[in-house]
Ligand binder design. Structure first.
Ligand code: NZQ
Ligand code: ZN
Length: 389
């Protein structure tokens, strides 16, 4: 086995009514003045924000609410959140929502603990996060896995950059996960979540080093469970079993477990972030578009891994199994009504856009992307061109 460090400190309360324990968890993790961070309104409409405010009020916890986070969350709004958190003297930030609310909460926590630093400095890589406020989560969508991950992704609308940072300061202290809170999700968001959960697993799975057997088999099991439950969730979003499996897989897919001892790849995420940064498309949609072209382009690096994937996840064996596994995956995305090419989402793009996407994704040719195949600007351009149909 390859060596690894596992650090997954988030306390998880999973199941019906989990959010009822918010005040208890806030106190346990040292909060007395809590700022709730939420999105465009779904958590208000469902009554969740009001319920949490009442719970805190009853428990003697001071609280203030900060809404308006949008998908592909903006650094500009997070800066406003920092100001609000400082004015309120918040000692804990509680995200209520999905990846966008959670990542904004993480940014607010870093900013409030470092009031002299503009938060984009962290996302630019110019400064390292060395302290932060504690963050808790009430999860309402199974997708990004931010409730347990060490990542946070923000978009800078001035530059069109969408960037993530990884640090253990991004790990939430606790996550309250009630699958019933996801019953109100639109079909498109459920499908985006299915793709994202699969992609957190696939972006770790494709490696040439197969020495960590449990890592590999845990990833395959997770993929099978998600593939099985995705259509059930779309068919009936009130299917508690399906919504529970997706919620739990979402967290496990991105807390590190499915990549222990592996040089993780994450090319598809990087390719997708440029698309979302330029065209503001949903994260899951950017991934379903980019995975097929990435897989077809890189398969030749180590076809045995793709053959294994085809067999263990899709039950495909025999001739051309590697390619068939890729095409089966793309068909699955289509069956969820997810886009698999530019024309499905943003239209076919002119050549100069393809060039710009590749240049940006390579950080102006300053980095190679991925591990399975290290992709230079030309490779990235080739892959974007394959998606441009
Ligand atoms: O804003 P509201 O009104 O809440 O609506 C949201 C939003 O429109 C809606 N929604 C969420 N829960 C709902 C609901 N609608 C009805 N009922 C509910 N229960 O869903 C929409 C999407 O929400 P969002 O938070 O954007 O979704 P997701 O969890 O997919 O997060 C996506 C963001 O996370 C980043 C992505 O890049 C993207 O910016 N990621 C963060 C990661 C991390 N921090 O570890 C890893 C991921 O790879 C990803 O990059
Ligand atoms: Zn993702």
């Amino acid at each position: 086995m390859q060596s690894f460090v596992q650090y997954a400190p988030t306390e998880i309360v999973f199941g019906k009514g989990a959010e009822d324990r918010a005040a208890e968890l806030v106190k346990k993790h040292g909060g007395s003045r809590v700022m709730l961070v939420y999105g465009g309104g779904s958590a208000v409409k469902s009554g969740l924000i009001g319920k949490l405010e009442a719970l805190f009020d009853g428990a003697g916890i001071a609280c203030t609410s900060f809404g308006g986070v949008r998908p592909n969350p903006l650094v500009s709004l997070a800066r406003e959140g920092v100001k609000a958190a400082l004015a309120f003297k918040a000692d804990m930030i509680l995200a209520v929502g999905g990846g966008s609310a959670i990542d904004t909460a993480k940014a607010v926590a870093h900013g409030a603990a470092n009031p002299d630093i503009d938060i984009w400095e962290f996302w630019k890589g110019a400064r390292k996060v060395e302290k932060s406020l504690p963050v808790g989560v009430v999860l309402t969508i199974s997708a990004a896995g931010s409730e347990t991950s060490n990542s946070a992704v923000l978009t800078n609308q001035d530059t069109g950059e969408k960037r993530g940072i990884n640090t253990d300061f991004n790990r939430p202290r606790f996550a309250l996960m009630n699958p019933e809170l996801t019953y109100t999700l639109p079909s498109f968001q459920i499908a985006c979540g299915v793709v994202d959960i699969m992609m957190h697993t696939l972006d770790r799975y494709f490696t040439k080093d197969e020495s960590n057997q449990f890592t590999t088999e845990a990833a395959e099991a997770l993929l099978r469970v998600v593939v099985d439950n995705g259509p059930k969730a779309l068919e009936n979003p009130r299917d508690y079993g399906a919504m529970s499996e997706l919620m739990w897989c979402g967290s496990i897919s991105h807390n590190g477990l499915t990549g222990l001892g592996v040089m993780t790849d994450f090319s598809v995420h990087q390719l997708g972030h440029e698309l979302s940064g330029m065209f503001d498309i949903a994260h899951g949609a950017s991934l379903s578009i980019m995975w097929g072209p990435w897989a077809r382009y890189t398969m030749g690096e180590y076809p045995a891994r793709f053959e294994r994937y085809a067999d263990k996840v899709w039950g495909i064996t025999g001739g051309n199994a590697a390619s068939k596994g890729i095409e089966r995956t793309v068909e699955y995305f289509k069956s969820l009504n997810m886009p698999v090419a530019f024309s499905d989402a943003i239209g076919v793009q002119p050549e100069d856009v393809i060039g710009r996407l590749a240049l940006n994704c390579s950080f102006g040719e300053k980095r190679l992307v991925g591990q399975f195949k290290k992709l230079n600007r030309q490779d990235l351009e080739n892959i974007y061109r394959m998606a441009n149909e």
